[in-house]
Ligand binder design. Structure first.
Ligand code: F6P
Length: 320
């Protein structure tokens, strides 16, 4: 008989989590595994919210945003006694292999479980694109499209009123959403973790834009870096350009996943199951240089982040 495998989603939801879950369940059933889902992430694991599922469970979820098995932030999981309770719940059902779809926090939860003897596979489900085990995370592409859609709407009103907009986008402590959206939308200025701009330089640039009578000015800023309302006030004061701040917030996480995210989820979901059946232990599965790959989970968490120098250079040239 095939192994019993449980799948959960954890941390912030990301478009494409359902497509990934579907892929993992269907691949597991294809290879003769018994498949389970854990509701409400690691919190649900500790509470024993685990259910055996069949193929029907995956019906109609491929294109749905959010996660049908729900998710949770569960900081209490850093406590080893709580982790042990989660392991007990798995043991009750004879499960020793789990697939976690989530971001950095979820990977740390998986790592803790691996130290207690559970075999774990991490799948990169986060809009932030901040995992070093994959060039792109599941949900990033959809969120980028959502941001572009919002920025274009703001551009319409900005041009009509000749205003400057400071737009804050998500990404936790990773600037990729801001960087990619700035390239895709031709933003006039960008402030991210990998590309900071001294205020004086920013004001001088915006002043120049105002002088050229350009109808709008968009400044895209990564969250958790600065107060965008305060920045908008300072821009207006220092440049005379009427400026408003807009935080895109949780709108960025919703919506149907793009085809690219569904396909990424399909590739990684299937691979995670194959790795378990091949006897692989504690891997972070992702796409590196276009190919599906996997690396030791702990190693992936210690891998330093490499800024995307090519995109930063592109932005420097194109936003001059
Ligand atoms: O990790 C995904 C993310 O959306 C981040 O971009 C953001 O910083 C955070 O989650 C917001 O978390 P919450 O939904 O718990 O407020």
């Amino acid at each position: 008989m095939g192994k019993k495998i449980a799948v959960f989603t954890s941390g912030g939801d990301a478009p494409g989590m359902n497509a990934t879950l579907r892929a993992a369940i269907r691949a597991g059933l294809h290879y003769g595994n018994e498949m389970y889902v854990i509701y409400d992430g690691l919190e649900g694991l500790v509470g024993g919210e685990i259910e055996k599922v069949d193929k029907l469970f995956t019906s109609g979820i491929i294109n749905k945003g959010g996660t049908v098995i729900r998710t949770a932030r569960f900081p209490e999981f850093t406590d080893v006694e709580i982790q042990k309770k989660g392991v007990e719940q798995l043991h009750k059902l004879g499960i020793n292999d789990i697939i976690g779809i989530g971001g950095d926090g979820s990977y740390h939860g998986l790592l803790a479980l691996s130290k207690l003897g559970v075999n774990v596979m991490g799948l990169p489900g986060t809009i932030d694109n901040d995992l070093q085990s994959s060039d792109e995370t599941i949900g990033f592409n959809t969120t980028l499209e959502t941001i572009c859609d919002c920025v274009e709407k703001l551009k319409d009103t900005a041009s009509s009123h000749q205003r400057c907009f400071v737009i804050e986008v998500m990404g936790r402590y990773c600037g990729d959403l801001a960087l990619y959206a700035s390239i895709a939308e031709g933003a006039e200025a960008t402030v991210t973790y990998d590309k900071k701009m001294p205020e004086e330089e920013l004001f001088a640039k915006i002043k120049h834009i105002k002088e050229t009578r350009k109808s709008h000015c968009l400044v895209i800023v990564s969250e958790n870096l600065l107060d965008v309302n305060e920045l908008a006030r300072k821009i207006q004061e220092n440049t005379g350009y009427e400026t408003k701040a807009q935080v895109l917030g949780h709108l960025q996480r919703g919506g149907n996943p793009s085809a690219a995210d569904r396909i990424l989820g399909a590739r990684l979901g299937v691979r995670a199951v194959e790795l378990i059946n091949e006897g692989a232990q504690n891997r972070a599965v992702g796409v590196l240089n276009g190919a599906v790959s996997d690396m030791d989970l702990e190693e992936s968490l210690n891998k330093p982040r490499v800024p995307n120098e090519e995109y930063i250079k592109l932005l420097d040239i194109l936003s001059e």
